[in-house]
Design a protein around this ligand. Structure first.
Ligand code: DX5
Ligand code: ZN
Length: 221
């Protein structure tokens, strides 16, 4: 089984105390910082952007996990600063030439992932496997924090893990994004996920500190 990684979702961090949040995430060894980029078109929202990424690269060594929820990502990939160790994901639904976009991400020195909405079938990945460092499975419909899990995505994780292993891609990561609560994370891990986007359902959930929540999540996955 691939090791488990925690990627706190920065759209759920406290924007008014971002420096403190970053220090806490560093001190508690967050594996990645998940950065949601939305264009108001592929999803009906705006969140973080190119300058935010540049600033995080400057003030933190934690690799970024950049989730591009944008149309025609191929035209825009060069706008985003990428460092070795960063992950960048593009949605198969948003890109008619996704193979080329994945190659562009690798050329820029980052790891390439394809992202799938809950309703998009796994067969869309069949001819991309050699180009992928990982797959990001949306476990809610993307665009907003605080939504409920789409339940059939748990079995989708299991089917994807099997598909990757049978094709000889045991090292390809499966990332899950959306309502990764403590309860759901256990089921997702059992099904074969190994990168956990932790937002308002876990690391930034009220009732405990970010440090306590990270420790709890790490213990159970
Ligand atoms: C949207 C985001 C969210 C979110 C995760 O694409 O990536 O899924 O930040 O947080 P919760 O736990 O609120 O779903
Ligand atoms: Zn995301």
């Amino acid at each position: 089984m691939r090791p488990a990684f925690i990627a706190p979702s920065m759209m759920c961090a406290d924007f008014l105390h971002l420096g403190d949040e970053l220090e806490t995430l560093k001190a508690n060894k967050a594996d990645f910082l998940h950065i949601d980029i939305m264009d108001g078109e592929f999803v009906r929202n705006y969140t973080l952007g190119t300058d935010y990424i540049r600033k995080l690269h400057k003030y933190s060594d934690i690799p970024l996990d950049i989730h591009l929820m944008i149309t025609e990502p191929a035209l825009k990939i060069s706008w985003f600063e990428m460092k070795p160790g960063d992950y960048v994901s593009v949605h198969v639904e948003a890109d008619a030439h996704i193979q080329r976009s994945l190659a562009a991400i690798k050329n820029a020195g980052a790891k390439a992932m394809a992202a799938l909405n809950p309703g998009t079938p796994l067969c869309m990945l069949e001819d991309l496997l050699p180009d992928l460092d990982g797959v990001l499975l949306m476990t809610v419909n993307p665009g907003f924090a605080g939504q409920k899990l789409v339940p059939q995505t748990i079995d989708k994780i299991r089917r994807l893990r099997r598909m990757l292993d049978e094709a000889g891609y045991e090292n390809t990561d499966i990332e899950v994004d959306g309502n990764v609560s403590f309860e759901n994370a256990v089921k997702m891990r059992e099904a074969g996920a190994n990168v956990f986007v932790a937002g308002s359902s876990s690391v930034f959930a009220p009732g405990a500190t970010v440090a306590e929540n990270i420790a709890h999540l790490r213990r159970i996955i």
